[in-house]
Ligand binder design. Structure first.
Ligand code: HEC
Ligand code: HEC
Length: 197
């Protein structure tokens, strides 16, 4: 699957990005069939990758390859393809997607989004749930290991918050106390809010 027609670029550019390595560009064509051109998916099953943080992307791709992130859909869709990727390709894919401009968020339910915004910015109670902004940034834009959430489909975000309550996302440790303390209704509000950003 990854040996599709070669792209034109032969070498990584001077800024150190590996995004244009031919093996990375070939892989990007395959990723695009589900995650959309430039990673700008709006489909609830396929998370957008455009603008995702580099460190987070690398962690996830390695977790797929090591079978350490193990939700059913990840097993079905991402284990096979990631098994074929080298560290260099993974870094190149992360460079590529981090450099893509994401689509603007989609607002669907202003009331629900306002509820989500409150939790996102202030957390709940006496640090039972920490403010999401403290790691994911004031606009849910992500930073380093904490992913960009802005514009991700609400159904996908809700599924991940549920997954953190299980052992299936092992590197989601930092999210586990949050996920356990949130009700489904609060998760839906948070998911609606980040999708609108
Ligand atoms: C056949 C469809 C398909 C292809 C091809 C595919 N993916 Fe995925 N990918 C998925 C699905 C489905 C999910 C989310 C599953 C879920 O809901 O948990 C996913 C999840 C991901 C995630 C997790 C996103 C996040 O926010 O945590 C990353 C990163 C990812 N894919 C990268 C890639 C890359 C890079 C490629 C190309 C090398 C690729 N995918 C190819 C279907 C695909
Ligand atoms: C202490 C830092 C921290 C706080 C606070 C935090 N997060 Fe996270 N979050 C992370 C990290 C780190 C990850 C990546 C985990 C991994 O590698 O699997 C993550 C992952 C996620 C994901 C998965 C995204 C994806 O693309 O799959 C969602 C959704 C999320 N956080 C939502 C939230 C929400 C909502 C809050 C507030 C209630 C919150 N987080 C608070 C650090 C944090």
């Amino acid at each position: 699957m990854l040996s599709l027609a070669s792209a034109a670029w032969a070498q990584a550019p001077a800024n150190g990005s590996k995004a244009e390595l031919p093996a990375v560009q070939r892989a990007v064509h395959v990723c695009a069939s589900c995650h959309g051109d430039f990673g700008r998916s709006t489909h609830k099953a396929y998370p957008a990758l455009a603008g995702q943080t580099r460190d987070y992307m690398i962690r996830q791709m390695k977790d797929f390859r090591d079978q350490a992130r193990a939700e059913t859909d990840i097993q079905a869709y991402m284990w096979g393809i990631s098994a074929l990727l080298t560290d260099e390709q993974i870094e190149g894919l992360a460079d590529y997607y981090a450099a893509q401009t994401p689509l603007p968020g989609k607002s669907r339910n202003a009331k629900l989004e306002a509820e989500g915004k409150l939790i996102f910015e202030q957390g709940i109670g006496d640090h039972t749930v920490r403010a999401c902004t403290s790691c994911h940034g004031g606009n849910a834009q992500g930073e380093g290991a904490a992913p960009r959430l802005a514009g991700l489909h609400a159904d996908y975000v809700f599924r991940q918050l549920q997954a953190f309550k299980t052992p299936l996302r092992r590197h989601g440790n930092v999210m586990k106390s949050e996920a356990l303390a949130l009700s489904d209704a609060q998760m839906k509000a948070l998911a609606a809010y980040v999708m609108s950003k």
